[in-house]
Design a protein around this ligand. Sequence first.
Ligand code: B16
Ligand code: MG
Length: 214
Amino acid sequence: MSLPTFIFDLDGVIASTEKFHYSAWRETCLSFGYDLTAEKNDYLKGISRTASLKLILGWSNTEISNEKFEEVLRDKNELYLNLLINLNSDDIILGVDTFIITAKEKNHKIALCSSSKNAKFILEKLDIIKLFDVIVDGNDVEKSKPNPEGFSLAAKLSNTNSENCVVFEDSEAGVSAANQIDMYTVGIGTSEKLNIANRVCENFKEIRLKDFKI
Ligand code: B16
Ligand code: MG
């Protein structure tokens, strides 16, 4: 069996940007009188901007025109991008960059699979875009997580069978997507929602490259 390819999620695995998504959604929601709780926000992790707004409108019993829908999406993204102004390499999640560099030295392919349409911008800002052999983001797929389309594409572009890919994800939607095509999944974080993963780790300090010798 060839060396496994490692596929990383972005928000919540590489970059500590989930708090900015939450702040931007919270402010957006308050503009139409809805208080988005942290518990509800957990369901937005890993899913696309459009799918997030559809869920929010359902929870808040809000109906808006298609035009307004697009306007709210633009507003949310503008707020989010403003919160990223000072993003820098200090916002890389503890240990993930060291893990990637060690894996590259041992010839593992490194891929990104993110639902975010801002993924390349964020990787540039963090100054780690060059570490990735393959990047699949929200601009490359029709169906976002929990649909496995992005992970399938990342495996294909890495020339790796999906069974030989290891996925690091902080969201239930992402773990579920990768599980559907028999990738080995590692949930990153402490949420009980991650218990559907093959393995759950609080952070990359618990993970060693030798754990994945197949
Ligand atoms: P954007 P990931 C996901 O990124 C985030 O978890 C999710 O909260 C966000 O709504 C989604 O990207 C879309 O992001 O609005 O930047 O296009 O975790 O898949 O890297
Ligand atoms: Mg994520």
